[in-house]
Design a protein around this ligand. Structure first.
Ligand SMILES: [Zn+2]
Length: 416
């Protein structure tokens, strides 16, 4: 196990238990293991949310076109309430969710606000609510959009932040934050992206309303804006209102990612796509399809992309991937017959190449050849050598697990 500073190290991974002795320590991946307690059951309690936004310990993660506001590329900036007040009126949670839906008016737009949870490590100066104490964390969309007033307020907030030397970190994939900040950012980004993509009802096409502190959206039955247009406030019937589940929920798309071992466990199957830099390989991955188990999807993807037939598949660990809504379910798998190891790239032309690498070569690459996709390898790397993803990618953790002989040791396997 690596001691990379970006890999989360929650206390439970150090605790001794029968399961940890049998199966080894839990692997915790980057973007997971948030320090915030989400307290999902408080999301409809507007008196709590109202107290939370105004509490001196409250902090806001600001996103503009999903780019996070940062002090530097490795550090988020957490705004205080007075810095975002223009976009988050004190009265935002004054009315109950029921009343808010009843009074819905599509002309009145508001910056998307999401309650992320309480940082319970801050008990001293935190908000105390019933038995829960901590600093409330929110995500706020400061992208200039919505009605004119909202746009002006958003620009004011953005300009004020710019004047203080802060900037929105634009990158396709941000993987430079500490473990804690990465998890907070992942939650903020994934939920903000989902809200942005679902501003209209998927069933009737009318605008939706954010509810549950930004974690659900509803299709309100009435819209006061219709009265101004000479129509009744009632909107056309929508199927989402005729059933009990009259809400839309954030999406999580499960994908599999797998490190594959040869029959003799002396080689690892890796593949590369055209967009990778030279000599850069990674584990195989793909979406889980409807009515597929994780193990089915692993076997299908590896056969489709590389022509290799797998036997045993074990689920190893998982990684939330907020670009935009994936949950990568990591597995280690093995081929049981050398005849099944033959690589065939002609089924699905997704990969440019797939190859079996000797464990020694992989070990060397883990030592000298790891880097993020856009960066160069370490100083000891020799040109032409294998390059692999960094520890913040679950692919790296899976490759490490696959070549960890202890995991596959005869005595351990027989106990399972
Ligand atoms: Zn609808």
């Amino acid at each position: 196990m690596t001691s990379h500073p970006q890999i989360p190290t929650p206390a439970h991974t150090q605790a001794d238990s029968m399961l940890s002795r049998q199966f080894g320590r839990e692997t915790v991946n980057y973007f997971s293991s948030s320090p915030l307690n989400r307290l999902s059951f408080l999301r409809t309690e507007h008196s709590f949310l109202s107290a939370a936004i105004r509490h001196p310990s409250a902090r806001f993660v600001l996103l503009k076109d999903l780019a996070p506001l940062t002090k530097s590329p490795s550090e988020l900036y957490y705004a205080q309430y007075n810095e975002v007040q223009k976009l988050v009126p004190e009265t935002v949670y004054d009315k109950s969710e029921e009343e808010t839906i009843k009074e819905y008016d599509s002309r009145k737009t508001a910056a998307q606000l999401i309650f992320l949870g309480l940082d319970e490590s801050r008990k001293q100066d935190g908000l105390a609510w019933k038995i829960y104490t901590g600093a409330p964390f929110f995500a706020l969309d400061v992208t200039p959009k919505g009605n004119e007033e909202q746009q002006t307020n958003a620009k004011d907030v953005i300009n004020a932040m710019g004047e203080r030397g802060l900037s929105f970190f634009q990158a396709r994939v941000v993987m430079t934050f500490s473990a804690d900040e990465a998890a907070i950012y992942a939650q903020a980004r994934a939920l903000m992206d989902w809200n942005n993509r679902n501003s209209f009802c998927g069933t009737c096409g009318h605008p939706t309303l954010s509810v549950n502190a930004g974690t659900k959206r509803t299709c309100p039955p009435t819209d006061a804006a219709r009265i101004a247009g000479g129509k009744p406030a009632e909107r056309p019937a929508c199927n989402t209102r005729t059933t009990l589940s009259n809400l839309s929920f954030p999406r999580t798309d499960p994908t599999i990612i797998v490190a594959v071992l040869s029959t003799d466990a002396k080689r690892v199957l890796l593949g590369r796509s055209k967009r990778y830099p030279p000599n850069w390989y990674s584990t195989l991955a793909g979406f889980i399809e409807p009515a597929e188990s994780v193990e089915d999807a692993v076997r299908r993807e590896v056969w489709e992309e590389a022509g290799v037939t797998l036997s045993r598949v074990i689920i190893h660990s998982s990684q939330p991937w907020p670009y935009p809504a994936n949950l990568m379910i990591g597995a280690v798998a093995q081929v049981s017959d050398p005849a099944h190891e033959t690589i065939n790239l002609s089924h699905d032309p997704e990969l440019e190449d797939a190859k079996w690498f000797d464990v020694e070569e992989v070990q060397e690459a883990l030592r000298v050849g790891i880097s993020a996709l856009g960066e160069g390898p370490g100083p000891e790397y020799k040109e032409g050598g294998l390059r692999l993803p960094p520890p913040t990618a679950i692919a790296n953790q899976l490759i490490r697990a696959a070549i960890n002989i202890d995991l596959l040791a005869e005595d351990k396997a027989s106990k399972m």
